[in-house]
Write a protein that binds this ligand. Sequence first.
Ligand code: NDP
Ligand SMILES: O=C1O[C@H](COP(=O)(O)O)[C@@H](O)[C@H](O)[C@H]1O
Length: 484
Amino acid sequence: MAATIVIFGASGDLTSRKLIPALYQLYRKGRLSSTLNIVGVSRTKFTHAEWREELARSTEKFVGESFNSENWEQFAERIYYQPGDIGQPDDFTSLSKFLDELEGGETCTRVYYLSTAPRFYQPAIEQLGQAGMSCESNGPRRVVIEKPFGTDLKSARELNRVTHEVFAEQQVYRIDHYLGKETVQNLLVLRFGNTIFEPIWNRNYIDHVQITVAEEVDVGSRAGYYDSAGVVRDMVQNHLLQLLMVAAMEAPVRYEADSIRNEKVKVLHAIRPLETEQIRDYTFRGQYRGYTSSKGVEPTSRTPTFAALKLWIDNWRWQGVPFYLRSGKAMSCRTTQIVIQFHCPPHNLFENSPTSLGESNRLVIQVQPAEGIQLHFQTKVPDAGMKMRQTDLNFNYQKEFRGAIPEAYERLLLDALEGDASLFARADEVEAAWKVCDPILEAWTARDKPTLFMYDPGFWGPDECREWMLAQGREWFDTCPLLG
Ligand SMILES: NC(=O)C1=CN([C@@H]2O[C@H](COP(=O)(O)OP(=O)(O)OC[C@H]3O[C@@H](n4cnc5c(N)ncnc54)[C@H](OP(=O)(O)O)[C@@H]3O)[C@@H](O)[C@H]2O)C=CC1
Ligand SMILES: O=C1O[C@H](COP(=O)(O)O)[C@@H](O)[C@H](O)[C@H]1O
């Protein structure tokens, strides 16, 4: 079936940096229908040709060597631009007419991608409804909504309510680009496509799980947005909780959107709610030195750029196993990793048997940038009695498959066009994620809020966070992945 993707926020950063490069890569790989049209909408007065020229420049910059100008010219023939303001109903009438003419009245899949500031999600959805553009009489109609989906539980519920007045839930694709990352999907394969991991993936063998999303970059040019959001809204509510769900969920019955999302949301429901008096013991907030000098940030800002949480999942599998989540900007290196830390052996047979967690088995899932998996285990040192040493088995995606790892947006855009919502968040899922985060956000802004610890850029967050872990007999896995 023919398809049209309509991008609201056409002149914006996400469109030029991620969406169009991803669509171009899909085209280059022959994965897009030859009848796909791409229509950009924003207020800037581009002609079709001007927008194509802009995109040629940005796409060349962002896809690097894989850019081919001949190929681009063919791809660009299907790119159109329609100026429009989300606040103007007439602009939706004109857009609807333009799309109908472009599609020639044929049955056609339409995907509306909301890549604008979050305050425009609700009006854009309402306008699409008023213009009759969600009606599926001439083919499927879907809406992709970028993150953040709300700023707390109340606003997320309201956005869901408004969305559901116009689109049925199966038409709604709430994006979290971490779910489009190859290694996150590989975690599903690791867990449910093998027999050896599932029997040990529980409280009997696992001491704790660490999920780290460390960024080397600071807030950069997004300081204005970031200062009102902070790390919990920007990273924890979405990306970190998604990683936690995939690591902790039960096996879905089928690889199909609702089976997967049913299991994921059960994990969120099982997270023990943090009582106000526990927030001080179970959460940790930090800010990198120099943050308040960034352009767009209040000099007195107390916005956290670093967070660490200790969460418990109250179910049969995970009882007694803490999940540590940590994320921060301006840290030592860029790394997203999930560490499954196994218990020490129950009996010390050898002279230097592992007696600390740091020496016992550990499975490290490197989500990015050195995509891969490492298993740390003990081996005998040759010719040295029964002395042992920690070593690892190392699977590296790039070495194994010798191809570039596709951008998350490639997979997600293709899935949205094909109607597969498995890697998108469902309404109840985003609300349940806010239910986990709201008490933290409230306690962190209350009068007697916990200390905001400072850290130097280029480190693993505040020293006090390391000490907090050590006091629990555990250590953060502070290792930058080896690249190349
Ligand atoms: N950039 C990124 O890396 C990421 C972004 N996101 C999310 O994606 C969304 C877009 O982000 P980003 O591209 O960075 O934002 P930008 O500020 O770069 O772009 C916003 C876009 O919205 C358009 N716009 C603004 N007002 C209107 C209006 N009244 N009617 C129609 N269009 C309008 C702007 O164009 P014009 O002024 O021409 O109208 C522009 O194209 C945000 O929700 C963000 O949170 C999520 C993850 C990463
Ligand atoms: O959604 C966001 O994600 C990016 C990090 O994404 P990654 O794919 O580069 O890991 C983060 O920098 C940004 O603040 C946040 O809004």
